[in-house]
Design a protein around this ligand. Structure first.
Ligand SMILES: NC(=O)c1ccc[n+]([C@@H]2O[C@H](COP(=O)([O-])OP(=O)(O)OC[C@H]3O[C@@H](n4cnc5c(N)ncnc54)[C@H](OP(=O)(O)O)[C@@H]3O)[C@@H](O)[C@H]2O)c1
Length: 249
């Protein structure tokens, strides 16, 4: 069932899956408002070109406490109480930072950066935005995790930092779900693997993807909204695949 969101917040919406989620939500006439965030104008042209009175765009870097504080202030000023928050911000590579093939390639600086963007940033986003989310109706806090963050499913090794940062993200979401069970009884927290999607993040690593297993951002966005739409508060704290099935921790 497609998600029924009146007021959504999509973080990391400049390109890739976040942009497609924003576009998809805006095709639904039931969506009243979408707040979509970008980090820099250079990569956000498509988002900034969307002309829809229901869309607000806000500049956010999830690694900056000040930026997250400003986001919360902006949402309050707009009286925007999101019932759906989806964090799409994440990195696999960034400049010199590339996924490690071996222990010898692991660098403290890159590992710290991966944890800051992929694990700590989304948790701090939850800290800033959960107080603004409604307590009296169904709502979702979801993050884009990755299958390679599954410890149980790790058969290939490699990608130390990315894998571990997504595993840490999953643990953060599980812990958050447990804490908020009482105070937000209608909240569903989800870590979701979006499936291998054609984006700047996956582009350098697409050569080994099996035919038919690389999805467009639009297909992925539709699936994510479908999976979230089927999830209830009692499902909170799970790690799920794009088809809705559970992934082992
Ligand atoms: N694509 C896949 O196959 C795949 C598979 C598994 C999981 N995922 C996960 O899905 C999520 C989205 O991936 P994607 O494929 O859409 O990647 P993408 O096209 O590279 O988009 C990444 C988004 O994250 C934003 N971002 C990066 N660092 C940020 C920061 N510090 N603060 C705020 N925003 C930041 C980027 O903004 P800028 O434009 O400013 O850089 C961009 O909007 C990621 O978490 C990724 O790990 C993707």
């Amino acid at each position: 069932m497609p998600i029924n969101s009146q007021t959504a917040l999509i973080v990391g919406a400049s390109r890739g899956i976040g942009l497609a989620l924003t576009q998809q939500l805006l095709t639904d006439s039931a969506t009243e408002r979408v707040c979509a965030t970008f980090r820099q104008e250079d990569t956000a042209e498509d988002l900034l070109a969307i002309n829809d009175r229901r869309l607000e765009v806000v500049k956010v870097d999830i690694t900056s406490a000040n930026s997250l504080k400003a986001l919360a202030g902006e949402l309050q000023a707009l009286q925007h109480r999101p019932d759906v928050v989806i964090n799409c911000a994440g990195i696999l590579h960034e400049g010199d930072l590339q996924p490690e093939k071996s222990l010898g390639q692991c660098r403290e600086e890159s590992l710290s950066r991966l944890f800051l963007v992929n694990s700590i940033g989304p948790l701090m986003l939850a800290k800033s935005t959960l107080p603004l989310m409604p307590r009296n109706r169904r709502c979702h806090f979801a993050v884009l995790s990755a299958m390679v963050g599954s410890i149980g499913d790790n058969r290939l090794g490699g990608w130390y930092g990315y894998r571990a940062s997504k595993a840490a993200l999953n643990q953060f979401m599980k812990t958050l779900a447990i804490e908020y069970r009482r105070s937000y009884p209608q909240l569903c927290v989800t870590a979701i693997h979006p499936g291998t999607t054609d984006s700047d993040l996956s582009r350098p690593f697409q050569a080994n993807v099996k035919p038919g297993k690389l999805y467009t951002p639009a297909e992925t966005a539709r699936r994510i909204l479908g999976v979230l739409g089927d999830r209830q508060a009692e499902d909170s704290g799970e790690f799920v695949n794009w088809d809705g099935n559970h992934i082992p921790w």
